[in-house]
Write a protein that binds this ligand. Structure first.
Ligand code: B1M
Length: 213
């Protein structure tokens, strides 16, 4: 069975321990990197998302799969990436989170891990992050970039609100602001006055590198 198939089987069975064990063993035996595993998991979640949209699976299946994946990312893959990057010189500080009212974390965590493994110092604020939380953290750590994820049409406007709040506080020019998440687009990014938009984790790394040059 390929690595992709093994991951898929464990996620579909909601086998949290099995997925963690598989990730540990793949990393220990250097069969693949933590970034490779994150990419496999990201693609799998997109596939599971399309199954949900086609009504081939139902909400409990989705919640179960997302929960198993989140534990593997939080407990195995993200720490592995952080451990391997501990000696690296930072390319810049980034504050990232999912906007207010939105609990989708998987894509944002994937983006955070990729940014970290590419040399950025990443402050992942989690989900349902308010404008004040984004800005306070960015000010506190001296970030160059604020990154906002949104997976819901209903939560997208909070990305605009963070930018408006930066303007109100006279801080807009101090930060590069990037946005992403399935319902967002390049046009949306322009419309709300963000500095950039990326479609996936790899594009986000290129975008951020370009913006801080
Ligand atoms: Co939700 N959900 N969900 N969900 N969920 C979607 C987003 C949805 C499209 C499914 C559907 O109905 N077709 C739909 C949104 C429709 C819309 O508004 N357009 C939806 C809905 C409606 C809901 C609820 C309202 C359902 C309900 O309760 N009735 C509810 C909302 C709760 C809330 O937020 N307040 C809800 C809840 C959930 C779960 C909790 C069950 C779970 C999330 C668990 C978790 O994240 N911890 C969940 C999931 C898993 C999904 C789907 C199936 C998968 C999302 C995902 O993880 N994708 C999703 C359907 C779909 O996307 N097809 C869906 C994999 C991930 C790797 O991709 O997140 O797109 P993605 O991230 C990508 C890019 O977008 C980009 O890079 C990432 C990596 O490639 N990217 C960025 C993301 N953030 C970025 C930031 C950047 C740059 C790039 O810069 C800062």
């Amino acid at each position: 069975m390929s690595l992709e198939e093994q991951v898929k089987e464990l996620v579909e069975e909601w086998d949290e321990d099995g997925l963690k064990d598989l990730c540990h063993s793949v990393l220990d035996n250097e069969e693949a990197s933590a970034e490779d595993l994150l990419e496999i998991i990201g693609n799998l979640m997109k596939f599971i998302g399309s199954q949900f949209e086609n009504e081939d699976i139902f909400l409990p299946d989705l919640i179960g799969a997302a929960g198993v994946v989140k534990v593997a990312i939080d407990e195995v893959l993200d720490p592995a990436i952080r451990a391997s990057g501990s000696e690296k010189k930072t390319l810049g500080k980034i504050v990232i989170g999912t906007v207010e009212s939105d609990v989708h974390s998987i894509g944002k965590d994937l983006v955070s891990s990729f940014l970290f493994s590419n040399g950025f110092d990443v402050y992942n604020l989690g989900v349902e992050v308010t404008a004040d939380e984004f800005i306070t953290k960015a000010e506190e750590v001296g970030a160059k970039i604020i990154g906002m994820s949104s997976l819901l049409t209903m939560s997208m406007d909070f990305q605009r609100q963070v930018i408006e709040e930066l303007k109100k506080r006279g801080l807009r020019e101090k930060y590069k602001v990037i946005v992403g998440g399935a319902p967002t687009t390049d046009e949306w990014s322009e419309q709300i006055g963000a500095d950039g938009w990326a479609d996936d984790a790899i594009e986000t790394v290129s975008l951020v590198k370009k913006l801080i040059e």
